[in-house]
Design a protein. Structure first.
Ligand code: BTN
Length: 255
């Protein structure tokens, strides 16, 4: 059973727990459309049967072993062109939480989290706009906690990386506190540059030689920056100029 928390400012002051549901992002969207929600409301389930991933993929998580939840935000203070900051603070909050257990915890652009070079977290952010402003943002987060077997050879969990098992309700509250702290920083309005710099510091491939799939060929290069709009800037060894990539324009290649 997951309870609301009193030790955050915004995120998790109201927690809606469903023993089972199709997708917490979809439930959060229904709550938003019903019009009655407090910013920071969290929908969490123990058994998500139709979890959605990025680009139409599915997100599978064993029932009762992981954290699968969605946060409803109302970042009306943010300009649309700054929306990548929502991805950045989400990734940084999760990274801070997992980094307290596993030192090698990195953000893989745009907002996956990797522990010891294996994927432990997926994030699906769905924004809806009203004119030039945000109406709301649904931040869906799946964190592999106690699951020990995965179909994907590159997936991992906190348990696999530490050898310990965890109490989900406790981990949920720790994670909410980290996410809340970053959201409060974002809301303060004067932290945008600091957040962007921190994101780069924790970014996989930043100023390091890593492999990419570009135009059908495996090549290598290093990340030089992420633009305000969230594009990845990369200096590939095979290209004379630094290039800028959107989501589907380049792929990471695993070592
Ligand atoms: C990805 O890596 O492809 C993103 C996965 C996002 C999964 C989370 S689990 C909670 C929330 N509800 C969903 O249906 N998806 C997100």
């Amino acid at each position: 059973m997951y309870n609301s928390t009193q030790d955050t400012l915004i995120i998790g002051k109201k927690v809606i727990y469903l023993p089972t549901c199709h997708s917490t992002n979809d439930i959060a969207a229904e709550i938003v459309h019903a019009g009655l929600f407090e910013e920071g409301t969290v929908v969490i389930t123990d058994n998500q049967v139709k979890g959605r991933g990025q680009r139409g993929t599915v997100w599978n998580a064993n029932a009762g072993e992981n954290l699968t939840f969605s946060i409803i935000l109302k970042p009306a203070f943010l300009r649309i062109q700054d929306q990548f900051l929502i991805s950045q603070i989400t990734a940084l909050g999760i990274r801070a939480y997992l980094g307290s257990y596993v030192p090698d915890t990195k953000v893989k652009w745009p907002n996956d989290i990797y522990m010891n070079n294996q994927k432990a977290v997926g994030v699906l952010i769905e924004n809806s706009l009203q004119g030039a402003r945000y109406a709301h943002s649904i931040v869906g987060i799946g964190v592999n906690i106690n699951q020990s077997q995965f179909e994907n050879s590159y997936a991992t969990s906190l348990r696999r990386e530490t050898g310990s098992s965890f109490v989900l309700t406790e981990e949920f509250h720790k994670l909410l506190k980290c996410l809340d702290a970053y959201y409060v920083r974002l809301r303060s309005g004067n932290q945008h540059d600091a957040i962007r710099a921190e994101y780069l510091r924790h970014l996989y491939g930043y100023q390091q030689n890593v492999k990419f799939l570009y135009k059908g060929n495996i090549t290598s290069g290093s990340v030089t920056n992420v633009t305000e709009l969230g594009k990845l800037r990369v200096k590939l060894v095979t290209e004379p100029e630094e290039l800028e990539f959107g989501l589907k324009e380049i792929e990471w290649v695993r070592d």
